[in-house]
Design a protein around this ligand. Structure first.
Ligand code: SF4
Ligand code: SF4
Ligand code: SF4
Length: 274
């Protein structure tokens, strides 16, 4: 198993069957919830670590075409979720998977704010909540197996392998498509989404339609995010404790003010009764 694991998602090959989402739920023991019009969860949630999103896009001939985007944790090479976690509950394992350990998590939810792809979700309705997100099937990778979603994809839209080799393959597909003069052939956008975004991610995308039309965040910087936020994050324990102290003070002040107002109202009520 490569320590440089990655998955290449070819948008042009995805038929939106949703098998990957079902495989993920079964392997990770996640609940099946309410579905969207297409029969699957539309957005990432605590119980949906991967979703297939549907996009109706106008092509050059002004015809509507469908494209499908599989979304999940991008497994950043330099994950900002891990960089802000002072409890060390999010780490990168020996295969490159960004994994979460509920035992270490203190519930501060910094990771939810830090992720540029809006991935981690919180179990708000649980008594002892955890952060939930794709683990790249780290347990399977440790056994030399491929992630569940990849293993069930019937079209080859998902390919698992070494990140450098997948990047080489992705650029070769793009170059071949650019060289063909057959207008009926698939023509790919000249970019691999994830090669540079957030300093590079382990999920890589190639597409025959612009990435912005697939809902993939266009605003994610093409450089490491922990580097950008380092100046802020080095103060994070202090900021956390400071915020906690501030909220406690506001709470005490509000309670005190309400008590005084209640006492005044009671005095006024007494006068009116005379
Ligand atoms: S996509 Fe978000 S949750 Fe996943 S590794 Fe990157 S920063 Fe962390
Ligand atoms: S890699 Fe595993 S956990 Fe992540 S989306 Fe695929 S099946 Fe789910
Ligand atoms: S299993 Fe493959 S073809 Fe089916 S929705 Fe997932 S990525 Fe697309």
């Amino acid at each position: 198993m490569s320590s440089n694991s990655a998955v290449l998602f070819n948008v042009a090959k995805c038929i939106g069957c949703g098998s990957c989402t079902v495989a993920c739920k079964l392997w990770n023991d996640l609940e099946f919830g309410e579905n969207n019009a297409h029969g699957f969860d539309a957005e990432l949630s605590a119980d949906s670590w991967t979703v297939v999103q549907y996009h109706s896009i106008k092509n050059n001939a002004d015809q509507s075409v469908f494209r499908f985007t599989k979304r999940q944790c991008m497994h950043c090479l330099e994950p900002s979720c891990a960089s802000v976690c002072f409890a060390n509950a999010i780490t990168v394992d020996e295969n490159g998977a960004v994994v979460y350990s509920p035992k270490k998590c203190v519930g501060c939810r910094y990771c939810l704010i830090a992720c540029p792809f809006d991935v981690p979700k919180y179990e708000w309705n649980k008594v002892f909540p955890s952060v939930m997100k794709c683990q790249l099937c780290a347990d399977k990778l440790a056994e030399g197996e491929t992630p569940s979603c990849v293993s069930v994809c019937p079209t080859g839209a998902l390919i698992f392998g070494d990140r450098d080799e997948l990047l080489e393959k992705a650029h070769a597909i793009i170059a071949t498509s650019a060289a063909t003069e057959n207008m009926e052939a698939t023509h790919y956008v000249n970019e691999v989404y994830g090669e540079k975004q957030a300093g590079g991610t382990r999920w890589l995308y190639i597409s025959d339609v612009p990435f912005a039309e697939l809902g993939l965040p266009a605003s994610v910087p093409k450089k490491s995010i922990p580097g950008i936020v380092h100046d802020y994050t080095k103060w994070k324990p202090g900021v956390f404790l400071g915020a906690a102290a501030a909220f406690s003070a506001i709470g005490l002040y509000t309670k005190r003010r309400l008590k005084i107002e209640e006492e005044k109202a009671s005095e006024n009520g007494g006068e009116n009764n005379v």
